[in-house]
Design a protein around this ligand. Structure first.
Ligand SMILES: [Zn+2]
Ligand SMILES: [Zn+2]
Length: 330
């Protein structure tokens, strides 16, 4: 297959400076796959990166880490993929040899590579990924849906960090794409009740089976999941926990937040972190195909790459009508 030499991409050049550029098409190393991007979804963390670069991405860099497309070239050592296959990617690249990888915590790797952070991202016509982090997509899964492979895997991690939630009362704070997916997965995992708090009626109306609460529950939930980056949401979660309740911190709070350790002590509360996922790719792929979960309805907009500014506007400013926005390529 003849490939072009250059490609269009969106490069973050400074705070609030996302710029369309022309770059060389990357060349896959021996264990990598070159993918022609067909769809990439905008993650809340992309919006954070553009606004304040909390992860300290070395600039300029091509953002984007939720992607699906077609294999167009394989490195010499890649056996499991061939040109033309439909694939989605997991953006996290564990080193495999650090102490955390050795413990089985590749998602917390000390030398982690990550698409859109220290590796070229998916907001580009082509990108490469290490082949063990690439997953073949059945043809009936659309590329925009396939791009949700990693965000859904992350949300599965939130459910796993919550412990056994069968028959439990779960409170999700945050009505964005993550809160939505987590609420659906909590119901799938057998939670007796899932309550959701958020700010946008449109988004709150998009979580089938969950109860939308106007006033936050107090001292009555087994599990609270923080799915929005806001200190007041953290306190709502803490206040909602009953004795022995557990809070899963899914969304990042960059600034330190005071915690009432007295309350934590007398109520035997737990606060656990949640970052990336422990190889939930297989389960995520099953979720993408689960008709009850119906995750494709999360994708409210498919915007062609040339209209990328509209895509970011929708994802950032139009929570009244957009949930997950996919950028598509011809
Ligand atoms: Zn993401
Ligand atoms: Zn490692």
């Amino acid at each position: 297959m003849n490939l072009p030499i250059t490609m269009k991409a969106l490069q973050l050049q400074g705070i609030n400076q996302l710029v369309p550029v022309t770059l060389p098409v990357p060349i896959p190393k021996a264990d990598e796959v070159l993918i022609r991007t067909m769809a990439t979804t905008i993650c809340t963390s992309d919006l954070h990166d553009i606004k304040s670069n909390p992860f300290g991405i070395k600039l300029p860099g091509v953002l984007g880490h939720e992607g699906a497309g077609i294999v167009v070239r394989c490195g010499a050592a890649v056996k499991q993929f061939s040109e033309g296959m439909h694939v989605a990617v997991h953006p996290v690249v564990p080193c495999g040899y650090c102490v955390e990888c050795q413990r089985g915590f590749g998602h917390l790797c000390l030398n982690m590579g990550h698409l859109g952070i220290d590796r070229g991202g998916t907001f580009a016509e082509y990108f490469v990924q290490r082949s063990d982090r690439v997953k073949a997509l059945p043809d009936h899964i659309s590329f925009p849906l396939g791009a949700l492979l990693e965000p859904v895997a992350n949300c599965l991690q939130a459910i796993s960090r919550a412990g056994d939630i069968k028959g439990k009362v779960v409170f999700v704070v945050g009505d964005g794409p993550f809160g939505n997916i987590i609420a659906r997965l909590a119901l799938r995992a057998g939670a007796a009740r899932v309550m959701v708090a958020g700010k946008e009626p449109f988004r709150l109306g998009m979580i089938p089976g969950a109860e939308v609460v106007d006033s936050n529950p107090v001292a009555s939930v087994d599990v609270a999941i923080l799915a929005v980056s806001a200190a007041d949401a953290f306190y709502s979660c803490m206040a909602a926990l009953r004795k022995r309740g557990r809070l899963v911190v899914f969304s990042l709070l960059k600034d330190a937040v005071p915690v009432d350790l007295f309350d934590l002590h007398i109520s035997e509360l737990e606060i656990v972190g949640c970052c990336n996922d422990e190889d939930k790719i297989e389960e995520s792929l099953a979720c993408l195909q689960d008709p009850v979960l119906n995750l494709s309805e999360l994708i409210t907009h498919r915007v062609p790459f040339e209209n990328w500014e509209e895509a970011f506007y929708l994802a950032r400013d139009r929570h009244d009508k957009a949930l997950k926005v996919a950028i598509t390529f011809n």
